[in-house]
Design a protein around this ligand. Structure first.
Ligand code: NAD
Ligand SMILES: CC(C)=CCC/C(C)=C/C=C\C(C)=C\C=C\C(C)=C\C=C\C=C(C)\C=C\C=C(C)\C=C\C=C(/C)CCC=C(C)C
Length: 608
């Protein structure tokens, strides 16, 4: 069969009836060839320029080759059966969701030769790393702090994921990862240059010079070990043992720190409570929890990579990463369908074999990869099935972090003082408010780096703060709208007082999103920011990898190892693609070692 995939998305857009859920109607013009009502399930564009239509006729799936010009059905080439004909292996992998985790898994598999179908509920790819455009502004949906976009080392996972599908994006180096504005007027800038940051911090805490150095040096030890490895699936024994053989010291270092948290290690070297609170803030911005609950490996990656590869902002906005990966997926002959809301995963004899969409379409595949959170995957897409023990364990160890309130604003450029940094973290009066809803404020001003994101003379301010969905439930629309305005106004007043006098009167555009908005547009249960340990975790030990208790079903994204963060979910995508590729015969595997390692990892998680 010819290579599949949409080579020309613009052509697809020019044929809207094909993707319309009212399937029978879409085919009324072909009645000469198809006299009976036919269900339309999807389509693909062939290299030949012909369109392959996936149809359901007499309960059998068929692909009909169709010449776009003449609008006549030419031939039945292949059945995509429902009757156990083996045709269910039509796709090697279906990926539910096109967040960075899902897209990296999909593209890595496509590069290995797999036939992948990504199904995205929304109209564009990216999820929380997506974008939206309004009134001449290009807004990032989520964080603008981009790790993994450098050209150095092994941890530039975004650069590598893009390169794998032949894409390269122009990046703008960020001179300051974040500017902290903390209680007791503690102001610290995390400069790109490591020594500048350490000098600034030790100037604030001269009595802790030794402790500061020891803590951050320990982080570098872990980072260097991590950065020396070729990163693939930790659930694949041939790779894992190979790495242990080639880099025993580095692997043992990582294994040693796997169950440890940053807060406990910081306390070995640092006494000053204010400095320990600063380390808490360092951890909070990447894990939405304090240092005692933040895995040391994750903290080390973040506090070192920002100086090693640096934080780099993609020209045109963060959304360009997802757009490029989605294009790369098509270029590699695989496929992505938007407005495809998966409502259930189809199981047969306990194996995941396909998915069902809200419009009734069904797609079948050798493997299913869910980029929805584990809560959504097992609570919604597999509703009615017993929750596997492994997932019970995950839910015992991890809770959903709160969601957030986000304010996207366009402001007059003159309100920002010269040399304003791109990213700020603000906690005004009281360290104990760090983890409270609305306690701290994250602020990104990406136009400091890329002025093309806003109309001339304007800046973008993307403000966000943690917020729980319970605060927003059950309100009549009028009260909900009023509350949005009120809460946003309070946050903006705080920023005006702390950083930018005159901010309010400089606003020319403002849009507020609540946890309900995030639940709706990101399809994340309660709009959650990601998983958060329920109590002090054993580092990363309890975090599930990509395989699940259900044969053929894999998870990817931030409720998988190593957790929250765009670079973290990119790693989860790489791991997932490697494990899936081994399971479908595109990578080497050893079934005996597989069984042993998966059992060992499962047992390790139960002791976490
Ligand atoms: N403000 C922020 O900085 C912010 C906010 C939220 C999350 N994040 C981070 O973003 C990353 C999350 O990335 P990710 O890859 O795990 O996922 P994601 O949540 O970004 O993307 C998941 C995608 O799957 C789609 N989806 C979910 N359920 C679906 C279904 N049933 N059918 C079809 N599509 C479905 C969603 O529409 C979304 O596009 C994490 O690092 C997280 O911590 C950042
Ligand atoms: C498997 C066994 C038993 C042993 C093997 C031992 C071994 C070889 C272990 C290997 C471990 C590995 C490979 C671990 C890898 C870990 C990785 C890659 C971790 C990555 C973590 C990345 C994180 C936590 C990134 C977080 C980034 C975030 C959240 C960025 C965004 C920031 C914000 C949203 C806030 C900032 C915003 C403002 C405005 C300040």
């Amino acid at each position: 069969m010819a290579e599949l995939g949409f080579r020309s998305p613009s052509l697809i857009h020019s044929l809207p009836s094909f993707s319309h859920p009212s399937k029978t109607l879409a085919f009324s013009s072909f009645n000469r060839c198809c006299p009976k009502p036919i269900d339309f399930e999807g389509f693909e564009l062939r290299k030949s320029g012909k369109l392959g239509l996936i149809l359901k006729e007499n309960n059998k799936r068929r692909v009909r080759s169709f010449s776009v010009k003449s609008k006549s059905v030419l031939s039945v080439e292949k059945e995509v059966g429902t009757g156990g004909s083996g045709e269910r292996d039509y796709y090697d992998a279906i990926v539910i969701g096109s967040g960075i985790g899902g897209l990296v898994a999909a593209t890595q598999l496509a590069v290995k030769g797999a036939r992948v179908l990504a199904l995205e509920k929304y109209v564009i790819p990216g999820g929380s790393s997506g974008f939206y455009q309004k009134d001449g502004y290009t807004f990032d949906v989520g964080s603008s702090v981009m790790f993994g976009c450098s050209n150095k080392g092994n941890l530039n996972l975004i650069t590598r994921a893009l390169a794998a599908v032949g894409c390269e994006m122009e990046m703008l180096p960020d001179p300051t990862t974040v500017h902290y504005h903390l209680p007791d007027n503690l102001s610290v800038r995390v400069h790109r240059e490591y020594s500048d940051f350490i000098t600034e911090l030790t100037n604030r805490f001269p009595h802790e010079k030794e402790g500061i150095n020891k803590f951050y040096v320990e982080c570098w030890k872990i980072f260097n070990a991590l950065n020396s490895l070729e990163l693939k699936s930790l659930e694949e024994p041939l790779y894992l043992f190979g790495q242990f053989f080639q880099k025993p010291l580095e692997c043992l270092t990582l294994a040693y720190y796997l169950p440890q948290n940053a807060g406990a290690i910081a306390r070995k070297f640092i006494r000053d409570p204010q400095l320990l609170s600063f380390i808490d803030a360092e951890c909070f911005i990447v894990s939405t929890t304090n240092a005692l609950r933040t895995p040391m490996i994750n903290a080390s990656l973040v506090v070192c990579e920002r100086h090693f590869g640096g934080i780099n902002y993609p020209v045109g906005g963060v959304g360009g990463i997802a757009k490029s990966l989605a294009k790369g997926l098509l270029d590699k002959g695989s496929n992505i369908i938007y407005k495809a809301n998966v409502t259930s995963i189809i199981l047969e004899d306990g194996k995941a074999v396909g998915v069902r969409l809200s419009d009734g379409r069904e797609f079948f595949s050798k493997t299913i990869i869910s980029n929805a959170t584990r809560w959504d995957t097992f609570g919604k897409l597999l509703k009615g099935n017993e929750l596997p023990k492994e997932e019970e364990n995950f839910q015992k160890l991890y809770v959903k972090a709160p969601s957030f309130l986000s304010i996207h604003m366009g402001v007059e450029a003159k309100v920002l003082p010269p040399d304003t940094d791109c990213h700020h973290f603000i906690l005004e009066n009281d360290w104990t408010s760090l983890e409270e809803p609305y306690g701290s404020i994250f602020l990104s001003i990406p136009t400091v780096l890329d002025s093309s994101l806003a109309p001339e003379g304007r800046h973008i301010l993307h403000i966000f703060t943690t917020s729980c969905i319970e605060d927003w439930k059950g309100l009549p629309q009028k009260d909900y709208d009023a509350k949005k305005e009120l809460v946003a106004d309070e946050i903006i007043s705080r920023l005006e007082k702390k950083l930018f006098p005159g901010l309010k009167s400089s606003i020319v555009f403002k849009e507020v999103g609540t946890p309900k908005t995030h639940r709706r547009f990101l399809a994340r249960d309660n709009g959650t920011y990601g998983p958060m340990p329920r109590s002090i975790p054993k580092g990363l030990l309890g975090m599930p990898f990509n395989t699940t208790a259900i044969d053929g079903l894999y998870c990817v994204g931030d409720s998988c190892f190593p957790g929250q963060g765009v670079i973290a979910v990119a790693f989860s995508g790489i791991m997932c693609a490697h494990r899936v590729a081994a399971d479908i015969g595109l990578e080497k595997r050893s079934p005996i070692l597989d069984g042993a390692l998966l059992r060992l990892l499962g047992w390790l998680r139960t002791i976490a």
